[in-house]
Design a binder for this molecule. Structure first.
Ligand SMILES: NC(=O)c1ccc[n+]([C@@H]2O[C@H](COP(=O)([O-])OP(=O)(O)OC[C@H]3O[C@@H](n4cnc5c(N)ncnc54)[C@H](OP(=O)(O)O)[C@@H]3O)[C@@H](O)[C@H]2O)c1
Length: 417
């Protein structure tokens, strides 16, 4: 399992493109493990632009505080005002256990340290689902999705030949596709008894707000995994009479062929097609008139194309919902601080909390897992490829490549740590 001297990724808190692989020469002995706790070690982790969001918004949403300070972290990286660690989705192994319900060797899916330094989780096992819930005071303010770990069935090793690629896709896109499942079923669902505001908050959200029947849906940053998840859900997991008329992709020239090749979109446009002087003609081309319901949803699109199309669309239709799922990954374009007024913000974790109450935990996890399997079969296996790397050095190279925008959109970057 990797190097014997642990390594961790350390990020400059003011600029996530500056990251360092730091070797912990004095890591042992590890802090002792108290009763009830487990020790974990990351085995498979991914990087997508969503991972960058954890660094960019970590100061607001507590993502810098998921893991405790490492006693052996050398200077200057031990200065927590400048440097920190975030997390990535994937699989880890329980390497040590003081909890009778969680044997050593248990494999968990969840929000994991980037590196092979073994971390302590303070946990309880949820009776209904068997999931493992992190309960440390330090993580109490985190959104709940980050504190829940899903055990693999006993004896299933995610890195074994027959589960390896499925586990890799889990790491790359499962939480992203779950966001889209929640948007399709609950925020823009057709069952009036299951509606939840996209933020997950208990605020008014009517079936008119949620309706996408005969709507025009425009996804900015459409080649990303979260956006593809929504396009897939809108096309394959809604009754025909509740489907949008059009699902339109907006992205870069580089991702265009890939996005078209997924077969999920009625139109594939470039950011520049919907910006500046061309916005008004795009509105007409998409058949948007005064009566058209329009959903404009940003999934980390580049620049400000979303704001420019929003201005043109709202001049024509008054029935527009503007959804912010993610801002420009570089921080230089649209973001949570520059949304058009009246925009609604998506929060996957709060949506999931509300859905768990409405559906019941067992049904919720069964249904969302079934839809995730469909995404893997319909989209990931047909239109995308895994790019595997090994060790933290290669992880950091993948991080740099994604930061520079040079990663082919077809690829899911995944690493055996
Ligand atoms: N609010 C929530 O609860 C929630 C939940 C899940 C995800 N999200 C957010 O959704 C967004 C999408 O995440 P994702 O992981 O699905 O995306 P992703 O799969 O990493 O998106 C890939 C696409 O992003 C663009 N891209 C890649 N590198 C880039 C770079 N360096 N600079 C600018 N654009 C780049 C490319 O599209 P183009 O070349 O076509 O631009 C690429 O095809 C993120 O902001 C994430 O945080 C939010």
């Amino acid at each position: 399992m990797g190097s014997t001297t642990p390594q961790v990724q350390i990020i400059d808190k003011s600029d996530h493109t500056k990251q360092y692989v730091v070797t912990l020469n004095d890591a042992y002995p590890l802090p002792s493990l108290e009763k009830g706790n487990i020790r974990i070690r990351s085995r498979i982790i991914s990087v997508t632009t969503n991972t960058f969001t954890y660094a960019r918004l970590g100061h607001v949403l507590g993502w810098w505080n998921v893991w405790p300070a490492i006693p052996s972290l050398p200077a200057p990286y031990d200065d927590s005002s400048k440097y920190g660690r975030i997390s990535a989705w994937g699989y880890c192994e329980v390497t040590e256990s003081q909890n009778d319900k969680i044997p050593v060797g248990t494999q968990l899916f969840g929000y994991l340290p980037i590196g092979d330094y073994p971390e302590i989780l303070q946990v309880v096992v949820d009776d209904e689902t068997g999931h493992i819930l992190e309960t440390t005071e330090r993580r109490a303010g985190l959104m709940h999705i980050y504190n829940r770990y899903l055990p693999s069935p006993p004896g299933v090793d995610p890195l074994s030949a027959d589960t390896r690629s499925s586990a890799a896709w889990d790491a790359v896109a499962r939480p992203l596709a779950e966001t889209s499942y929640l948007l399709n079923r609950h925020a823009f669902g057709w069952d009036k008894t299951k509606l939840v505001h996209p933020s997950g908050a208990p605020v008014p959200w009517t079936s008119d707000d949620a309706s996408l029947a005969d709507a025009v849906v425009v996804l900015f940053g459409a080649s990303g995994k979260t956006a593809l998840g929504l396009a897939h859900q809108l096309r394959r997991a809604r009754p025909a009479e509740h489907q949008p008329r059009k699902v339109v992709a907006v992205g870069s020239a580089k991702s265009r062929d890939f996005t078209e090749g997924t077969g999920l979109f009625s139109d594939v446009l470039l950011y520049e097609d919907v910006s500046g002087g061309t916005s008004a003609s795009v509105v007409a081309k998409l058949g948007i008139d005064a009566n058209t319901k329009v959903l404009l949803a940003n999934f980390g699109g580049r620049g400000t194309a979303d704001q420019e199309l929003h201005a043109a669309v709202t001049r024509v239709s008054k029935n527009v919902v503007t959804l912010m799922v993610g801002g420009d990954p570089t921080g230089n374009g649209s973001g949570f601080g520059s949304m058009p007024s009246g925009s609604v913000v998506c929060s996957a974790s709060h949506l999931r909390d509300a859905a768990l109450k409405l559906d019941g935990a067992t049904a919720y996890f069964e249904n969302s897992a079934r839809e995730w399997s469909r995404f893997k079969e319909d989209v990931a296996a047909k239109a995308m490829k895994l790019q595997w790397g090994k060790g933290l050095q290669e992880y950091s190279q993948g991080w740099d490549a994604l930061c520079s925008g040079s990663v082919d959109p077809t690829l899911g970057l995944v690493y055996e740590i």
